[in-house]
Unconditional design. Structure first.
Length: 150
């Protein structure tokens, strides 16, 4: 059972790299059509075209759950679980905490979350497809912590 927990945790951690690469090379590359509205200030709709990427990431997780229980429970299930946990974290951090699409954590004043929000604001500072930085979700470069760790 410890191996399955480590597989889930390892997958969760690896998803940060997958997210960074997908954000930089897909969302800011050939998938810009779906991601562009996310970089427009004051986008007036509840849903964005960018939300389609949730489905893109959910499909592998669902397939891994399906194949991870056939013929019996195996490590594929726990890889899918790591992807699911990362997806939940992404929703809570990116959509709720950073973009405040839901007003659940409005009073959060944690140094890590403040640095995370700042890094993401820097990412959105550039409205275009190119010249952005900070493509990950949970990893924050040290320079964004400096003003909060004094």
């Amino acid at each position: 059972m410890l191996v399955f927990a480590l597989v889930t945790l390892g997958t969760f951690i690896l998803m940060e790299g997958v997210t960074w690469c997908t954000h930089k090379y897909v969302m800011h590359g050939f998938g810009w059509y779906l991601h562009e509205d996310h970089h427009q200030p004051g986008y007036p709709h509840v849903f964005e075209k960018n939300d389609a990427f949730f489905v893109v990431f959910a499909i592998p997780s669902m397939l891994l759950f399906f194949f991870g229980i056939r013929p019996e429970l195996n490590f594929l299930f726990f890889i899918g679980l790591g992807i699911l946990f990362y997806g939940i974290a992404y929703f809570l951090i990116h959509d709720v905490l950073i973009h405040r699409r839901f007003k659940w954590f409005d009073k959060t004043d944690n140094w890590y979350f403040r640095a995370l929000r700042k890094a993401h604001k820097i990412h959105h500072k550039n409205m275009g497809k190119h010249e952005s930085e900070c493509f990950g979700m949970l990893y924050v470069p040290m320079r964004y912590f400096k003003e909060y760790l004094k």
